[in-house]
Design a protein around this ligand. Structure first.
Ligand code: ATP
Length: 359
């Protein structure tokens, strides 16, 4: 297999399943994506959006219903999985329970006809990279979940694949280990200088690990962009909601002011940043609880609020407030009492304005 590829290219990849009534249901529709050597790409979306289907199509575990996959100028979607030679890491590790750690890692090499001595040397190298030296003779059952996942990673990378595919590899681990393993996977990726495609439904994971994020919904790509772009400038309301813009409130467009727009609802005036073209004067405003702040009197985009509930969170609290334009969640430092009246604001650059959602 071509080890030094420059680009993996997906063109209009689609995959349908036949449901119990005999109708074709699209799990993946027209996926276009270029993955460059050295890149870490996260496929992000809620359960059932087609992430695993995309990964399986690339790996060759499922046939495509349409489109094609190229590794540089070579079409690979017609090849069986072993000819594509990609490394795979799954949520459930999928290790052989009766084989030692070393044999688990060396298994793929053995299957490829690599001589025993050479296979052992390379398996040891891979175990060194995932920091499991000293565990070679143990069985998977004698290791912690995090260590087992490291074995699975070593097994995926030992064959020196051009691309490593990971399907929710950290979801069986506890929070602390998950956060440690994020950095580990990123480190291993950087050392290998290959490409990684990482499937997750966890925004924080995607934001902290990926060079680019592919946000999916119902088999269709919504946005492909850097973590900063997806976090700060979600392309549509779906991406915004998924990235933590928990407040979506209706407003009416009043006027354009250069690159910004003036909005009104319930006597409150806001200046916002338009994120897409509008089909009507009725629009949706998306606000992240973390972007709402206490306002000084007369500040731009200030509004009155009454505290309804307070969820204490240590450094800050998540409070639910009532305003003239609807209920909002805000994350603020300080102490609050239910029924307290406060003045809040949100910067115009963080007041994202979208077209109203189709019902
Ligand atoms: P999760 O995070 O829950 O694994 P996902 O985003 O990976 O979800 P997929 O597993 O790719 O989603 O599934 C996408 C859609 O295709 C879902 O609606 C699912 O029900 C459907 N689907 C997946 N596999 C099959 C199958 N073998 N037969 C029929 N439908 C399937």
């Amino acid at each position: 297999m071509n080890r030094h590829f420059e680009e993996l290219r997906l063109e209009s990849v689609s995959r349908s399943f036949t449901n119990t009534e005999g109708h074709a249901v699209a799990a993946l529709q027209g996926l276009d994506l270029n993955i460059r050597r050295g890149e870490f790409i996260a496929l992000l979306g809620p359960s059932g959006c087609g992430k695993s289907t995309a990964l399986n199509c690339i790996a060759g575990l499922q046939p495509l219903s349409g489109g094609g996959i190229w590794l540089d100028d070579r079409r690979i979607d017609v090849l069986p999985p072993e000819k594509r030679g990609f490394g795979m890491v799954f949520q459930n590790y999928a290790l052989f329970p009766h084989m030692s750690v070393l044999d688990n890692v060396g298994f793929g090499l053995k299957m490829r006809g690599v001589a025993k001595g050479e296979a052992q040397r390379r398996a040891r190298e891979a175990l060194q990279l995932v920091q499991l030296v000293g565990h070679e003779r143990k069985l998977p059952g004698q290791l912690s979940g995090g260590q087992q996942q490291r074995v699975a990673i070593a097994r995926a990378i030992v064959i020196e694949p051009p691309l490593v595919l990971m399907d929710e590899p950290l979801s069986n681990l506890d929070t602390k280990l998950r956060i440690e393993m994020r950095a580990e996977i990123r480190r291993i990726h950087s050392q290998l200088e290959r490409a990684t495609l990482y499937v997750t439904h966890d925004q924080d994971e995607a934001l902290s690990m990926a060079d680019r994020i592919v946000v999916m919904k119902e088999g269709v790509v919504q946005q492909v962009a850097t973590p900063k772009e997806v976090y700060g400038r979600p392309k549509n309301l779906h991406v915004a909601r998924f990235m933590g813009y928990r407040n979506v409130v209706p407003f009416t467009l009043q006027a354009a002011e250069g690159e910004r727009v003036r909005l009104a609802n319930g006597g409150v005036q806001l200046i916002g940043t338009p994120m897409e073209a509008f089909s009507a004067k009725a629009v949706s405003v998306a606000l992240r609880p973390e972007d709402i702040e206490r306002a000084a009197p007369g500040a731009e985009n200030a509004f009155d609020a009454e505290v309804e509930t307070v969820e204490y969170g240590g450094r800050d609290s998540l409070i639910r407030v009532k305003t003239a334009f609807g209920a909002l969640w805000a994350r603020l430092a300080g102490e609050f009492a239910e029924g307290e009246r406060i003045s809040l604001r949100v910067p115009a650059a963080r007041t994202l304005v979208y077209d109203v959602e189709a019902p």
